[in-house]
Design a binder for this molecule. Structure first.
Ligand code: ZN
Length: 245
């Protein structure tokens, strides 16, 4: 049994709540699909916790943006990345954090399982949104690169994409999904900045072939207030946490 988390985005309160939920279920193996930092107020603490708790970790586009030159981000996100970088570059332990982020892989391959941040085609940057089921070319191309089941994040919208072009949000499958012979892409949602209209953190438990979508409440107001107190982080980054958008 393992837990798969993604898109923490420097949200320590959310990460701690999710890790407590995982621990309560007796799960010791955790995979993280990237974007540990960016947007949120606690990048250092989140990198340290992920480094300590996760067996496997993938590089996300925001982690990459903090490490190198941010490309393709809007003005608010870019400002948050530069602030994140300044925090990661300073303070005790900064070298270890930098080294850890700099060595993360972009993809993890196991028999029948692929783990990426964005998509199998472009592991770091490509979004696969629910509405992409109407983009047959895109989905066929991505599915052709997936042996069986692919776990991904990046959109912050949890759910399952099936090869017959359906998107199943967790609510539609009662938060349970059995991986079968058909290929599928499982988006695990976001720990630190959900965008599916629900403020609770999202992650996935993988038990054999059985996927469970979890929702975990955390101190949203406390995190929003931390963001409001940092001038380089747009207030919108706090507001959006309340609405899960
Ligand atoms: Zn993200």
């Amino acid at each position: 049994m393992r837990a798969i988390i993604s898109d923490i985005h420097g949200n320590l309160d959310a990460l701690e709540s999710v890790l407590a939920d995982i621990e309560q279920r007796g799960i010791s193996e955790i995979y993280c699909l990237g974007d540990i930092v960016g947007y949120g107020p606690n990048p250092r603490e989140c990198v340290d916790l992920v480094k300590a708790k996760c067996a496997k970790v993938i590089l996300g586009n925001h982690d990459q943006g903090a490490l190198f030159d941010p490309e393709g981000f809007n003005a608010g996100a870019e400002r948050a990345i530069f602030w994140t970088r300044s925090i990661l570059e300073t303070g005790a332990g900064s070298e270890e954090r930098w080294e850890f982020l700099g060595e993360l892989p972009r993809i993890i391959k196991e028999p029948n399982r692929l783990f990426v941040h964005g998509s199998a085609r472009n592991p770091l940057n490509e979004y696969v949104f629910p509405e992409d089921i109407y983009n047959q070319r895109k989905m066929e191309r991505i599915f052709s690169l997936v042996e069986k089941h692919c776990f991904q994040g990046h959109t912050h919208i949890p759910g399952v994409f099936t090869e017959d072009m359906n998107f199943l949000p967790p609510e539609e499958v009662d938060f349970e999904y059995d991986l079968g012979d058909q290929k599928c892409l499982v988006n695990v949602g976001s720990v630190g900045q959900p965008r599916n209209g629900v403020p609770d953190s999202s992650y996935v438990i993988l038990d054999g072939e059985h996927v469970t979508f979890r929702r975990v409440p955390y101190d949203v107001d406390g995190t929003a207030n931390k963001i409001y107190a940092i001038p380089d982080l747009d207030n919108f980054l706090g507001d959006r946490l309340r609405d899960g958008r």
